[in-house]
Design a protein around this ligand. Structure first.
Ligand code: ZN
Length: 425
């Protein structure tokens, strides 16, 4: 993988404004790269979103109108800068790279509809502070407790292929589509709410604020000791076709994201029978394919209310195995919180021994939590991106394509991670 960074941009690379090319917006800085610079976008066009902060309190904003995994980076807004792209690295800073230096096969930048906008000099949202101990301590506590380890191993052993297959098949076959703006999608949310309730969890539908779009489904398992410290695991329930606005065609969404939704339901089924120190919220999001609408609505609400979310773990696509490749747990490497990333790696290796690879795929609901300062992480079906799945966003995205052995293994990994975070009693 030949990567050649022009500028690794912390604040060091936020510098003098370069040529006032396009419209510079007051109060913003401009990134520089190799003598060229990104133009400041017309601020009236867009709503900046916070995606990260740097050491000295600068916050960075990016714009994503209709994020998609499937297309290469679009050039950034001017012929002059046509070869420059921007990605996030794990230290919450932008890296600016010359797209031409990327090894074609080895690395893809996946911000097709994202444009770099200038960094605001004024913090827009302060990073969230959690009252929970650091992730390293949370992991050490589980590793130091034989009882916790036995409980985790037992819970992992209960993950059921039949159960995952049932949830996934029901979601992708009972509902003709789960498009965010479809009546069948609404029914799928209501069914999910009832399914959580049948497990004894308190569940509710959470309006995502857009007329005609089906709600989030939120189920809560209250912690016994630190009930206000919350571990959230989630997956988007909605599906889509190639035409993202097509609300009527058959869109089974078995892998994207019946697989992740089935994983969340299966984990809820198992963990609802156990007790934890922290509260666990199981979430199935609406409106993800419309631009993370449901998760942003909920994470934004949680941030506004000052809720203490210890971590968010995301499931989006976990059923497809690359032909001829071993099962490898992909972990998304952007919009993730470094300490949590490290925690998930160690916990997964410790409890499952699964091979892990980095996925450069972009864009799912973890981003919504990351944006408002909560620790967030995401699992993916392999070390590539969604574009590797031939039936992505298509009528052919059916259960027959999925590898349930892999889904069991990945769900077990997320059971272990969720349990360690929530601390079993
Ligand atoms: Zn998805």
């Amino acid at each position: 993988m030949a990567l050649s960074w022009i500028v690794a941009s912390g604040v060091a690379a936020v510098p003098e404004p370069c040529l006032p090319h396009g419209q510079l917006t007051q109060g913003y800085s401009v990134f520089e790269g190799d003598g060229a610079c990104f133009e400041a976008l017309d601020a009236a066009r867009t709503v900046p979103r916070v995606v990260g902060s740097s050491d000295n309190g600068h916050l960075y904003a990016m714009i994503s109108n209709a994020c998609s995994d499937n297309v290469h980076l679009q050039h950034i807004n001017s012929a002059k800068n046509a070869n420059l792209g921007a990605i996030m690295d794990n230290s919450l800073s932008f890296i600016i790279a010359d797209v031409n230096t990327f090894d074609e096969d080895g690395f893809e930048i996946k911000f097709p509809c994202t444009e770099l906008v200038p960094a605001s000099l004024t913090p827009l949202k302060a990073p969230r502070k959690s009252h929970a101990p650091p992730f390293a301590e949370i992991l050490a506590k589980a590793q130091g407790s034989e009882l916790a380890q036995r409980q985790i191993e037992t819970a992992m052993s209960v993950v059921s292929r039949d159960s995952l297959e049932f949830y996934n098949t029901y979601l992708s076959e009972e509902f003709f589509t789960r498009h965010r703006s479809s009546a069948d999608g609404q029914r799928s949310a209501e069914w999910s709410e009832q399914t959580f309730e049948a497990m004894g969890l308190s569940a509710e539908l959470h309006d995502i604020g857009v007329a005609g779009m089906f709600p989030n489904v939120i189920a809560t398992h209250l912690g016994t000791t630190f009930a206000d410290e919350i571990v959230v695991i989630g997956a988007h329930l909605d599906s889509r076709m190639q035409d993202n606005n097509d609300a009527t065609s058959r869109a089974p969404g078995a892998d994207d994201n019946g697989s992740g939704s089935a994983g969340v339901l299966e984990i809820a089924r198992i963990l609802s029978e156990m007790q934890f120190e922290r509260t666990i919220v199981f979430a199935l999001w609406g409106g993800e394919e419309g631009g993370l609408i449901g998760s942003r609505a909920w994470a934004g609400m949680a941030a506004d209310e000052g809720q203490d979310i210890v971590a968010y773990l995301n499931f989006d696509m976990m059923g497809f195995t690359l032909p001829g490749q071993p099962i490898t747990l992909g972990i998304r490497d952007r919009f993730t919180t470094p300490d949590l990333f490290d925690f998930v790696n160690k916990t997964t290796v410790d409890f499952t021994g699964l091979p892990i690879g980095l996925s450069t795929g972009c864009c799912s609901d973890y981003q919504a939590f990351f944006e408002v300062g909560y620790p967030a992480m995401a699992l993916f079906e392999n070390p590539t991106t969604a574009g590797s799945y031939p039936d992505y966003h298509a009528t052919g995205d059916v259960v027959a394509n999925l590898n349930f052995e892999q889904m069991v293994a990945f769900t077990q990994a997320w059971v272990a991670n969720t349990m360690v975070l929530a601390s079993p009693l």
